[in-house]
Design a protein around this ligand. Structure first.
Ligand code: ZN
Length: 224
């Protein structure tokens, strides 16, 4: 029977308070005291717990921003979790075994935060950041499409802190209408915001990795 905070032996004490560090314990509650070594697991468990918490928080922010920017959503999710999954699993394992060693249950707060993070990350699979970012900038994007349609250049230009437009061009669709294609991402699979195409026209005009309809006029397209 030892203090969980400092390891001090609590045998034959008359007061329910550790004389070494002041931690309160209860003879009848096995969770309020532990073995001579148990206290050593407290700090590593705490640190590992914080790491296991911060990884999904940072990841959530990263994925949200990348999705809002128009990066391919599933690629971002898979890539981010591939990098972060193993360190997070290790941290969570250290945390849980530390809890077991110190006979502590995960706190209510940790349980609630874990639940909320899980819900948040599952929610990201709905791709809401791109829809939210698009909804905020829809009017400006429509004006942008108008400019491109009348032959004005909009390339090489940061816009509204969200979309970086690398190039802008028009394209004739099969039904004779003019579509506007704004390239908003570079790299292996470029990303586009496309105005004025049907799903069918999108599929025949791009080397599709994936695409989503954002509203009746706009699609976001990720090329392979
Ligand atoms: Zn103590």
């Amino acid at each position: 029977m030892h203090c969980l905070d400092c390891g001090y032996s609590l045998h034959e004490l008359t007061k329910h308070r550790c004389p070494e560090c002041g931690r309160v314990f209860d003879l009848m509650d096995r969770r309020s005291w532990g073995t001579a070594q148990a206290f050593r697991f407290k700090t590593p468990a705490k640190i590992a717990g914080w790491i296991a918490l911060f990884i999904p928080v940072l990841l959530g922010i990263y994925i949200t921003v990348q999705m809002a920017w128009g990066q391919d959503d599933w690629t971002i999710v898979v890539f981010a979790w591939m990098l972060a999954g193993i360190p997070m699993a290790i941290a969570a394992a250290i945390w849980l075994s530390g809890l077991a060693m110190t006979k502590t249950d995960a706190s209510k707060r940790a349980t609630v935060i874990g639940f909320l993070l899980t819900v948040f990350h599952l929610g990201l699979l709905s791709e809401w950041p791109i829809h939210a970012a698009f909804a905020i900038h829809r009017d400006a994007l429509n004006r942008q499409a108008q400019r491109v349609n009348t032959g004005k250049s909009v390339s090489g230009w940061y816009w509204k802190d969200i979309y970086r437009i690398y190039s802008a061009r028009t394209a004739q669709t099969s039904n004779g209408a003019t579509a506007v294609i704004l390239q908003i991402g570079q790299g292996a699979g470029p990303d586009y915001l496309v105005y004025g195409m049907t799903d069918q026209q999108i599929e025949s005009s791009f080397n599709i990795w994936s695409y989503r309809r954002l509203d009746p006029d706009w699609h976001i397209v990720h090329e392979d």
